[in-house]
Design a protein around this ligand. Structure first.
Ligand code: NAD
Length: 305
């Protein structure tokens, strides 16, 4: 298929590479030329503009950092820029994989519908490792038939494709998951720091908890203590992965949803506060597992497992 891909960052880059590996023709657009060059090196072609990217595309995929970016791309930012929706072939399927608020996803889908196009929200879970390995979980919102149309393509980038419900439901399910992830990562870092402060080896403690009732994804797949997992961002100065800024965005989205629905989410609120402090104290540019540093309180996790 001819695919237009917007946003080839930490996630979009490997997702586009997997589409190319599967034999699709992928034309990319990103604001950062270095990332476009990297995508071209893996077999993509570069588009000079967003409108050029969608010309002749049968599927349009976006993997952008924020609602403002998704809105700007699809709807434009006013009279000067009309966005790309009307330039997309009406027969094409539009899949927005960005994590954004459900209301914006619904607004994008509604505007697409007015213009005779179909847009689904399909935020992902599984991290950069999942994007590289093609094992992401896609959490879709929109008409069932559009999700089914997208399924074969999504399965080239992921292992699970869920239909959460109508437009925006994918985003709602995604922020529930990521609120839980933020809580679990903070809890895991807290437990590891307590163990190390009391003389335990973090690798030994991790192995014990991974087989005990405290086991969770953050501990087993994405361990926040440097050196416990050679592949995890913690073992690479917390570079790459899922940025603190993105986790803060998701925790904010979760709290906004909770306010609207009058839901009680004290742990989500506390996690948002912790990551907010961490960002303000210099953690902003690092992977979210660097919350471990917040707990170190002046005794940096040693780099030794
Ligand atoms: P990233 O910042 O690495 O990549 C986003 C890319 O989008 C950047 O390269 C940026 O230049 C580009 N971009 C921004 N505006 C654009 C526009 N108008 N047109 C084209 N490109 C544009 O972010 P990421 O880590 O790849 O995350 C992308 C999305 O996936 C976010 O919504 C994030 O919340 C979500 N997500 C990330 C992870 C993760 O582990 N990193 C996991 C699940 C979901």
């Amino acid at each position: 298929m001819n695919i237009a891909f917007f946003g080839v960052g930490n996630m979009g880059g490997p997702m586009a590479a997997n589409l190319i590996q599967a034999g699709h023709t992928v034309r990319v657009f990103d604001l950062l030329p270095a990332l476009v060059e990297a995508a071209v090196a893996s077999g993509a072609t570069a588009a000079a503009s967003p409108r050029e990217a969608v010309t002749g595309a049968e599927v349009v995929i976006s993997m952008l950092p924020s609602a403002a970016a998704a809105q700007g791309l699809y709807l434009g930012d006013g009279a000067a820029d009309a966005g790309i929706l009307d330039a997309i072939d009406p027969a094409a399927l539009i899949v927005d994989c960005s994590t954004i608020d459900a209301a914006t996803s619904r607004a994008l889908a509604a505007r697409a519908d007015e213009l005779g196009r179909v847009l689904i929200d399909a935020p992902v879970s599984g991290g950069v490792g999942g994007a590289r390995a093609g094992t992401l979980t896609f959490i879709c919102g929109g008409p069932a038939e559009a999700v089914e149309r997208a399924r074969p393509l999504l399965e080239t980038m992921g292992r699970n494709v869920f239909h959460a419900g109508d437009s925006g439901a994918g985003q709602t399910a995604k922020i529930c998951n990521n609120m839980l992830l933020g809580i679990l990562m903070a809890g895991t870092a807290e437990a590891l720091q307590l163990g190390v402060d009391n003389g335990l080896d973090p690798a030994v403690l991790s192995a014990i908890m991974a087989e005990s009732s405290g086991s969770n994804w953050a501990l087993k797949v994405y361990n926040p203590w440097p050196g416990v997992m050679p592949e995890a961002p913690a073992s690479h100065d917390y570079q790459g992965g899922f940025g603190v800024a993105l986790m803060n965005k998701d925790l904010r989205l979760a709290q906004e949803a909770a306010l609207r629905s009058c839901s009680t989410t004290p742990l989500g609120a506390l996690a948002k506060s912790l990551y907010g402090f961490h960002a303000a104290a210099g953690g902003e540019g690092y992977d979210f597992s660097s919350i471990q540093r917040f707990y170190a309180r002046g005794h940096e996790p040693s780099g030794q497992a």
